[in-house]
Design a binder for this molecule. Structure first.
Ligand code: NAD
Length: 230
């Protein structure tokens, strides 16, 4: 499953949301056309994307909504709880920590970290912001229990992103969602696993990059986005 194109993964996450909407409307069966219309893609694209995850649906009948949703959630790892820490509790860190929607997908904030003396010690939705120096002991304290820290959200200024990412890796956090406009040097971000060391997996999020692309597309119809081949 590791060779799934990023664009496919993005669309499949959208199909899961569409399936959830259909389930909420008590729709039990859906064709690839139904999913495609709601996801804004072609039926062929839906069928092609789903082949990466298994064989689903019956010709002429379509997909059983609950079954397809459950299977996709399982294969995406969204049927299990992912414990998250946020490093950098400024404006963005606070906004994310205060957003309740992530828990719909089993992402659970378990720890909040910062360096600023006026930020450390504050409470956000029942969690006390700790000093970044406490990250290692905190992660160690939860590892091996039913809780462990799986993911780190990085919301520090760009100039501190690499050091903060290194603190996450050193503490044993294997996945980082990086909001800072900085390219993390992943060769320096090694995390120990039972089978040896591996590089931390980094996913970058940048809404300003999206705005820049949009500005370019707005220059004229000839510059509009085109569908990727993957
Ligand atoms: P902010 O200045 O309000 O907050 C940053 C926080 O990080 C501060 O509380 C600071 O004390 C803390 N910090 C600094 N160094 C740290 C370290 N080593 N460990 C732990 N905490 C540390 O900034 P903001 O507006 O919340 O933005 C945060 C980051 O997110 C910036 O890099 C910004 O450019 C980026 N950002 C990205 C997007 C996006 O779409 N990806 C959108 C907005 C902001």
């Amino acid at each position: 499953m590791s060779d799934i194109p990023t664009a496919t993964l993005g669309r499949v996450v959208t199909y899961v949301r569409v399936l959830e909407e259909l389930e909420a409307q008590n729709v039990q069966q859906a064709s690839s056309g139904d999913l495609a219309r709601r996801a804004g893609v072609t039926p062929f694209q839906v069928r092609k994307d789903l082949t990466y995850f298994g064989r689903f649906g019956t010709r002429g009948i379509g997909y059983t909504v609950a079954v397809l949703r459950r299977e996709l959630l399982r294969k995406l790892g969204l049927d299990q709880t992912w414990n998250v820490v946020i490093v950098g509790m400024g404006r963005l860190g606070h906004a994310i920590a205060n957003y309740p929607g992530a828990s719909d997908y089993q992402f659970r904030n378990v720890g909040l970290f910062d360096v600023a003396p006026d930020v450390v010690g504050r409470e956000v939705r029942g969690l006390t912001i700790q000093h970044i120096g406490q990250l290692g002991p905190f992660v160690a304290s939860v590892a091996g229990t039913p809780r462990q820290v799986d993911l780190g959200l990085l919301t520090v200024p760009a100039e501190h992103a690499q050091a903060a990412a290194q603190a996450l890796a050193a503490a044993g956090v294997g996945g980082i969602l990086n909001f800072a406009p900085a390219v993390l040097q992943t060769q320096d971000l090694l995390v120990s696993t039972p089978t040896g060391e591996r590089e931390v997996t980094v996913e970058n999020v940048d809404f300003l990059a999206g705005m820049k692309r949009l500005a370019f597309y707005m220059l004229g119809p000839q510059t509009g986005p085109t569908e990727e081949s993957t």
